[in-house]
Design a protein around this ligand. Structure first.
Ligand code: FES
Length: 105
């Protein structure tokens, strides 16, 4: 088996789930499969703590993180998947309008 190029985690914690993260996860899996991106792994995660960085419950949900870059996105909707796939996954560009933070290297 070849190693994955990217691993994308879609939060399924309580706050993100209340803001559509289950549909987001399934839509992302479908899109990756449809595009034939076999070097991309999509998984669910528990709470990534992004939701706890605001006083407004769920304001930053759903959260998505992409490794190995360590880029966290917030408030990701199904309608944002075009940008994430076309720009981040295919070109390696960070989608700044969704960026929460990225790991320090
Ligand atoms: S529930 Fe998703 S970041 Fe907390």
């Amino acid at each position: 088996m070849k190693p994955y190029r990217l691993h994308i985690f879609v939060c399924q914690g309580k706050r993100c789930a209340s803001r559509g993260s289950e549909d987001l996860l399934e839509a992302l899996k479908d899109r990756i499969k449809m595009e034939g991106l076999k070097d991309i792994k999509v998984s669910k995660s528990g709470c990534q703590k992004v939701c706890k960085e605001t006083d407004i419950e769920g304001e930053y949900s759903p959260a998505v993180v992409i490794y190995p870059e360590g880029v966290w996105y917030r408030k990701v909707a199904v309608s944002d998947l075009d940008d994430i796939i076309e720009r981040h996954v295919k070109k390696g560009e960070v989608v700044e309008r969704l960026l929460h933070y990225r790991m320090v290297k």
